[in-house]
Design a protein around this ligand. Structure first.
Ligand code: 6CS
Ligand code: FE
Length: 307
């Protein structure tokens, strides 16, 4: 398959034009986004939605987050990623398949309808994770484009995937919120350095390959600025697979936690990695568990009450 976005193959970083649309559907009055939201996502490569969920739904998600933080024995050990230095819990992957409530969240009509609108296709979950950024010693996520990793290491052919980060606690400007460069999604910054074998064993703790060069980051920041959306628990940050983003460490007492789901278009299913020896495991990049999402309506809290 032709590699439209070659990265980690040259000895110098380059900038390539995005070859894919950002929003793959035209806006119409029945769209799940307002025209202003549709245009903002197209322009910025991200969008923040507030008040998507009711108080009792957020409470149910927070209770589930705390339950999972205790790492119940039902969790698949290989999906648990710890902070390199402190050993504190950093992420739990494939969480939509290990938690009935997060699985219900991933299928929620309020999210899936937007994913199908933006991607212009049926969708499935490429990757999910519960991110904990503990207070006092939560570590950073350095700047990166998710697509650069998903293309080179997972074999994702085109830029036709989006992430949704559901904030499970209040996001302040000081407890390591997600930072994004608005408009950076239209430039593909290629990276230097061959992907090491089993790179994910290191990269999910601290990424060192597929990291954009500092000159490119400085130029992108100069051109686009940096936004650090804050908001109450329950806010949803939706961002394009190629929007440059990262997050700072967290030395405040206030933990940060989000449920992160990646929606991929069915027409964009993973091929062989474009710049890695072997595909990453299923829990990071879905190849078998690619069930088409059927949007589910109703309260998340119902799910808990019914359980
Ligand atoms: O490598 C990945 O797939 C993951 N790494 C980061 C820092 N963001 C995207 C994704 O969760
Ligand atoms: Fe990321």
């Amino acid at each position: 398959m032709t590699d439209l976005y070659p990265s980690r193959v040259a000895d110098q970083p380059t900038w390539l034009e995005r070859k894919d649309p950002v929003v793959h559907s035209p806006w119409h009055s029945e769209s799940p986004l307002s025209q202003a939201q549709h245009e903002a996502f197209e322009r910025d490569g991200f969008l923040v939605l507030q008040n998507v969920f009711e108080e009792d739904e957020i409470a149910a998600l927070q209770a589930e987050m705390n339950r999972l933080r205790g790492m119940p024995p039902t969790l698949d050990a290989e999906t648990i990623v710890a902070e390199p230095a402190s050993g504190a819990l950093r992420s739990i992957f494939a969480i939509h398949r290990q938690s009935a409530l997060i699985g219900r969240l991933a299928s929620d009509e309020r999210l899936v309808s937007i994913a199908k609108h933006i991607l212009g296709d049926e969708v499935y979950i490429h990757q999910s994770r519960l991110n904990y950024k503990p207070g006092f010693d939560g570590k950073e996520f350095y700047w990166h484009s998710d697509f650069e990793t998903w293309h080179t290491e997972d074999g994702m052919p085109r830029m036709r995937a989006i992430s949704m980060s559901v904030q499970l606690v209040d996001n302040f400007e000081f407890n390591g919120p997600l930072m994004l460069m608005p408009g950076s999604h239209k430039t593909y910054v290629t990276c230097v350095g061959e992907t090491p074998e089993d790179h994910y064993k290191q990269s999910l703790r601290k990424q060192e390959y597929g990291v954009p060069d500092r000159e490119s980051l400085a130029k992108l920041a100069e051109q686009h600025g940096i936004a650090a959306p804050t908001g109450p628990a329950g806010s949803v940050v939706i961002f394009d697979c190629n929007t440059m983003h990262g997050s700072n460490g967290n030395i405040t007492p206030y933990p940060r936690a989000n449920a992160f789901m990646v929606y991929n278009a069915e027409s964009n299913a993973l091929q062989a990695p474009f710049a890695a020896q072997t595909p990453r495991p299923e829990f990071i990049g879905a190849r078998e568990h690619t069930e088409r999402l059927v949007p589910v309506r109703g309260s998340l809290a119902e799910q808990v009450r019914a359980a």
